[in-house]
Design a protein around this ligand. Sequence first.
Ligand code: SIN
Length: 320
Amino acid sequence: MLATGGTIAGSAGDASKTAGYKAGVVGVDKLLDTVPALGSVARIHAEQIAGIDSKDMSAALWTTFARRIDALLAQDDIDGVVVTHGTDTLEETAYLLHLTVKGGKPVVLTAAMRPSTALSADGPLNLLNAVTVAASKDAGGKGVLVAFNNQIHSARDVTKTSMYAVDAFRSPETGVLGFVQDGRVEFQRVAVRPHTGASEFAVADQWPMVEIVASYADASRVVVDALVAAGARGIVVAGTGNGSMHATLTQALAEAVKRGVAVVRASRVGSGHVMRNGAASDDALGTVSAGTLNPYKARVLLMLALAASTNDLQRIFDTY
Ligand code: SIN
């Protein structure tokens, strides 16, 4: 188990508080002590990799996690890895690991919406369920998984959809892969796009600068021009509707493409599919459509692709 912090390791002075706590302050050994039932599911070796609120996640930490997970999975006495994480950027870390960790042993992320000190904290059961999934023979070869609120999601599709609810995670368009309840793990479908050992990507020592820009009523070109001047290598647009962009932004982004910046059109809507040459002519603008990836996951994929000096970006987005 690799612990990184988050609300699952959060603490508040008052047990009735589910907001206004400090995330990432409770150590992994203390978290494990709260779930004695873990002892009958697995033998756990725990490491505290970080103790952060996941809003502060960095690409450098991603590189550290991914390499540590690969090293652990290569050991014969390790059957799977559980990562505890904050919910805020869990979907980005999960997708990054889905595309970079090698080997077919289970890797399962989990988190909590309520701090460990809260009445009805959701962390202990999520922890038990994540370990149960990681210990399951059925969980291997399915890519990185997210076990949360009795559901099992694919790292590619899962996204946080609520600020406070304990069923905060959804996989829009695709749905859950399966369920974990009372020690039983049941898969009902698999994610078909390549991942883990079948992915062409690896974590980097130096990450390219890739930023996200939103389109909205009265959008200006100031942010795009500033990013190009700052040396951004990629820009993901959180477009309106099916990835459409304000005309002013479109003009600025077309100029950015001509200056060698990779521009990917995603959508701020939260579900659906941004089609190539749908809301904008990607052929004319030189842009790439993100398909079903939300802007944050599209940024992860664009960072990996640029770090690997990949040229055929539309193939990458159509494949992964
Ligand atoms: C975090 O993402 O670290 C804080 C919020 C949470 O885990 O729910």
